[in-house]
Design a binder for this molecule. Structure first.
Ligand code: ZN
Length: 340
């Protein structure tokens, strides 16, 4: 990070001191080689060399291999604790973290214990003045309609029980299942007061984003970069104010985009599509939100004001209640690194 734009004298440390909002990262995807080695050595498991991947399919395989090494519910305490520390180091004051409970339930882990471990780490971080973190429970698209309904029910009941679940979502293989099949789950989630988060338009085309909007009623979309190929879709997103959480490094690493210069983020911004910036799976890609900002500044010569606007977009399009959103916006404007 020594020679990137975010630390250049021209920016005068503006970016490193800016309070940040991160709306697209997966809890399991924050597990990097260092943390995994620590967890494995505690459990007496051989971690091996499992982070290699060349495209989206291989990335999903690597993801599965890493997740399989989280064998104890309390491993999630370490994962969430490490995440909060990394967020705090970057000045992230608010994050929405995607968590995929069924992956772990299917491996026989007790869901309540996993959630208890995560919450303990989040609560401890908050008590230290660390970031506020909400959860988005997502289902795995290729697991089908029934699993999606189960996950939506789980999100609703955990929210009812006081877990900070703000949305229900879907991730996994975008091309594996038509959106129609997921409609019931999203309707159930909506009725329970949860927002709807859909990964779409990452490896799929504009149709996938249209379906997320029209069929699933998405309140925000993970990636959605294919929208840049469809002017009518960009107008629709701008008009409805449905934001796309863009993750440039992730798109490069999974080969959804060939070169950073070809990334459609500037096209989306030019067409007034609401956009936020996220790191997706920083443990796998080695790039956290600060690195994403630095990459954008370096590539597109963004001014500090442009970065600040993007962080404010994160606050505005977050799934926080209105009063908390307002506090978050003020905290970015005043450069306070805690929400209150
Ligand atoms: Zn994602």
């Amino acid at each position: 990070m020594s020679d990137d734009g975010s630390r250049s004298p021209a920016n005068g440390g503006f970016i490193s001191g800016l309070p940040k909002v991160e709306l697209h990262l997966h809890l399991e995807g924050t597990v990097g080689p260092g943390l995994l080695a620590r967890i494995c050595s505690e459990r007496g498991l051989p971690p091996g060399d499992i982070y290699g991947f060349a495209d989206f399919g291989e990335f999903l395989d690597a993801y599965r291999r890493v997740v399989e090494l989280l064998t104890d519910p309390w491993d999630f305490y370490h994962v969430a604790e490490t995440l909060c520390s990394r967020l705090a180091e970057q000045g992230v004051v608010y994050a929405e973290c995607i968590f995929t409970p069924q992956i772990h339930m299917r491996r026989g882990l007790e869901h309540e214990e996993v959630v208890r471990a995560i919450l303990r780490a989040l609560d401890e971080a908050a008590a230290r003045g660390g970031p506020r973190v909400s959860l988005i429970y997502d289902t795995v698209r290729q697991w089908g309609a029934e699993a999606a309904v189960e996950c939506a029910r789980l999100a609703a009941s955990d929210r009812q029980a006081g877990v900070p679940v703000v949305a229900f979502g879907v991730g996994g293989d975008e091309l594996s299942l038509p959106a129609d099949e997921l409609k019931e789950a999203f309707e159930l989630a909506g009725r329970a007061g949860l927002k709807r988060y859909v990964h779409a338009g990452e490896v799929g085309g504009p149709d996938s984003v249209w379906e997320a909007l029209e069929v699933l009623g998405a309140d925000r979309i993970g990636h959605g970069i294919a929208a840049a190929r469809d002017a009518a879709l960009m107008r629709e997103l701008a008009q409805r104010q449905v934001a796309l959480d863009c993750c440039p490094t992730s798109n490069l690493r999974t080969r959804a985009v060939g070169r950073i210069e070809e990334h459609p983020l500037p096209v989306l911004l030019k067409n007034h599509v609401p956009v936020t910036l996220g790191s997706d799976d920083p443990g796998f890609f080695g790039s956290w939100l600060e690195d994403e900002i630095a990459l954008c500044v370096r590539t597109w010569h963004w001014s500090p004001e442009a970065v600040s606007l993007l962080m404010k977009a994160g606050a505005r399009h977050s799934f926080l209640e209105a009063s908390a959103k307002e506090k978050l916006l003020q905290c970015i404007s005043r450069r306070h690194r805690t929400i209150e």
